[in-house]
Design a protein around this ligand. Structure first.
Ligand SMILES: [Zn+2]
Length: 137
């Protein structure tokens, strides 16, 4: 009997082809490096799943759009953003701050309907829809 069996087109929560496509587009939100797909064993009882992985940071990483990473890096370096103020200012602190700003920018872009799991949307969002929604409050 094998613990990991049937590792095929779909394994875990994500579709293999979707992960491969995503890995071509996104970067690690901590180091900005490219990601690869990897079979991650969560624990011996909890099974395994295919995920995106950063070989540089050696961690599981879902990634962020490259454009958002570049904006976050610029923001942290030029606006002295420091969310982790009790931490020593070093490379790890810089990477965590860039990662935090990546989360913030991604959150905003998803919530104003400019970004989804397939990346930046090609069509403009329906801003009139948001105006109608705001008036109802
Ligand atoms: Zn990384």
């Amino acid at each position: 009997m094998s613990i990991i069996s049937g590792y095929g087109r779909k394994f875990g929560n994500y579709d293999h082809d979707q992960l491969v496509e995503r890995s071509k587009r996104v970067v690690c939100k901590q180091c900005g490096g490219s990601l690869t797909t990897a079979l991650i064993v969560y624990d011996i009882y909890g099974g395994a799943g295919e995920e995106l992985y950063c070989p540089h940071c050696q961690k599981q990483e879902f990634g962020v759009e490259k454009e958002i990473y570049d904006l976050a890096e610029y923001y942290v370096e030029n606006f002295q953003f420091n969310y982790f103020y009790d931490m020593e200012e070093n490379d790890a602190n810089l990477q965590l701050n860039i990662s935090k700003v990546c989360d913030m920018i991604s959150w905003v872009m998803k919530n104003i309907d400019l970004l989804d799991e397939n990346g930046f949307k090609e069509n403009q969002p329906d801003y009139k829809y948001y105006l109608r929604k705001r008036r109802k409050r």
